[in-house]
Design a binder for this molecule. Sequence first.
Ligand code: ZN
Length: 383
Amino acid sequence: MSRSRELLSHLIAFDTTSRESNLDLIRFVHDYLAEAGVSCELIYNETRSKANLFATLGPDDRPGIVLSGHTDVVPVDGQPWTVEPFALTERDGRLYGRGSADMKGFIACVLALVPQLIEAPLRMPVHIALSYDEEVGCLGVHSLLAELQKRTHTPLLCIIGEPTELKPVLGHKGKLAMRCDVHGAACHSAYAPQGVNAIEYATQLISELCRIGADLRTPEQQDARFTPPFSTVQTGVILGGQALNIVPADCRFDFEVRALPTHDPREVAAQLARFAEHAVLPRMQAVNASSSIRFTELSSYPALATDARSEAAQLISQLCGSNDFSTVAFGTEGGLFDAIGIATVVCGPGSMEQGHKPDEFVSIEQLAACDAMLERLVLHLRL
Ligand SMILES: [Zn+2]
């Protein structure tokens, strides 16, 4: 059995669904690294229930390369799994388990590489960066990035091992997730005009969002590297009302903007806020002065658009043996690394076709190919 596969079976066995602590997994990695003589830094959340991990192998007095992965996984609740999700099952050349593709497979390959990284010796450092709470909006990695920024030598580049079937990926859209709370005034529905119907005003805001979204599709705003080739806006959750005979005082809806790298998703939120302030709120307050519309940002991450001529792109194409660069539809922490000046690419084993689904798997072939890719990285970095 390959080392990466053995490590993957350990990693999958930790239930690191984002709502759970990831500390058992982090301790496992900490101890694994300590046994190899590698120290690491743990960056905890406020309640110390979760942690990021950062380790450096090789000389620490110069910029290096970050191998990055998130430790959390999405829930399995309600999904029809035919295998145990938190145990590795091998079937027909595939390794099944929650996180096998997204993205414990990559982390296993990185950890399996540790003995070679120690032996090399390396002419520049390799950093292992593991985060928490990626799946709930790239929340955990921020404190890790803050630590990185304090270092004398900012890493040169970063490889995010999200599943791309080991194809080199240079970009994805950015995302902004927002919540809108519309507060009106309740009354008996027989006297409806005396109340401020929060649901009805919320639908005006949602309609405006649809209109803004439609405006983003003009050919001159499109970028064919992405699917779909324009920024998108959508409302995904709405809550409001108690009974049909009560004018609802409250309505809440959540919406998101998935934006091309050239587009700031906050412009959409600002446009909606202006519409709310000028076109909706005055009419609500004319009936009841305490009416309000409040916007809250739930999460966001920037787009990634790494230049194909950059050193990061050249290195990943060399490691993958392909310069057929592409983009992915899903988001990663890559835009956040890029935003602090670390050129970032996305490349990892498995496919997002399997990510987040029941019976998630990574093929043994992909895992071995990732081992081989990372071994080429060691060759490249050897003194
Ligand atoms: Zn992921």
